[in-house]
Design a protein around this ligand. Structure first.
Ligand code: ADP
Ligand code: MG
Length: 225
């Protein structure tokens, strides 16, 4: 209703495509910058590792731009069965250098899963957005825990992104479309929820009992067939 209209308007104003591109590219790009900064401090062996990180992130951007061009031509990216743990590991890598620079301990706990159906790099971008928010909430360090699990019914995969940061401030309109950051767009969560819903899943954010925030994604597993 009202809230959906506001979100749709915001996306329309910036251009849904433009904002998706900007978000998709900004996270790997910031990872490339962190790796380059680290490389400047490293000995030759360390430099090699940083250059490999940079190359991997550039590949990621290239893949997403390719998906996007396919979509622009009306050629939908065919959904395929993907391993969420692999997508999560890739997103974790993207933010490893940044987390280290910020004094954030990054942990990944990958449960045994079943594949989910995904189209292109959308899921990875959704995870990137949640991880970026978590790190932005911990400028002075903390811990970032990423975890996956298969629900007991065997039909849903859950992905948890938990931080020990500032905690969610209540949204002014009870919507996901808001920003408390000087240069924030407020579009990250809106785009993320769109992507998750397109995959038949749900996104929930909640304050934790301790300090911080927990984001929970729930996705249906791919039907065997
Ligand atoms: P942006 O990051 O550009 O501000 P987002 O849509 O990604 O926009 O997030 C919207 C707002 O939600 C943020 O400005 C922030 O206030 C809040 N938020 C999201 N994730 C977290 C988190 N992990 N911890 C604290 N606040 C968060
Ligand atoms: Mg954000």
């Amino acid at each position: 209703q009202q809230q959906m209209l506001l979100e749709a308007e915001a996306l329309g104003a910036v251009g849904a495509v433009a904002s998706a591109v900007a978000h998709g590219i900004r996270n790997p790009l910031s990872s490339i910058r962190s790796s380059a900064e680290l490389a400047l401090l490293e000995d030759p062996a360390g430099v090699q590792a940083c250059l490999m990180d940079i190359q991997r992130e550039a590949d990621r951007v290239e893949r997403w731009v390719r998906d996007l061009l396919l979509q622009a031509r009306g050629e939908a990216v065919a959904p395929s069965a993907v391993d969420v743990n692999q997508v999560l590991a890739e997103s974790a890598r993207t933010f490893m250098a940044k987390a280290a620079q910020q004094g954030v301990a990054l942990r990944v706990e990958a449960g045994a899963l079943r594949p989910v159906l995904a189209d292109g790099g959308g899921l990875g971008q959704a995870l990137d957005n949640l991880i970026a928010n978590a790190l932005e909430a911990m400028p002075e360090g903390g811990s970032l825990d990423l975890g996956t699990a298969l629900e007991a019914d065997g039909r849903h995969v859950t992905i948890r992104v938990t931080d020990t940061g500032t905690g969610l401030s209540p949204s002014p309109r009870d919507s996901l479309f808001f920003s408390t950051k000087p240069r924030g767009t407020g579009l990250g969560l809106v785009l993320t929820r769109r992507i998750i819903e397109r995959h038949g899943g749900t996104l929930a954010l909640q304050r934790r009992d301790g300090p911080g925030t927990e984001a929970l994604i729930r996705l249906p597993v791919a039907l065997e067939g």
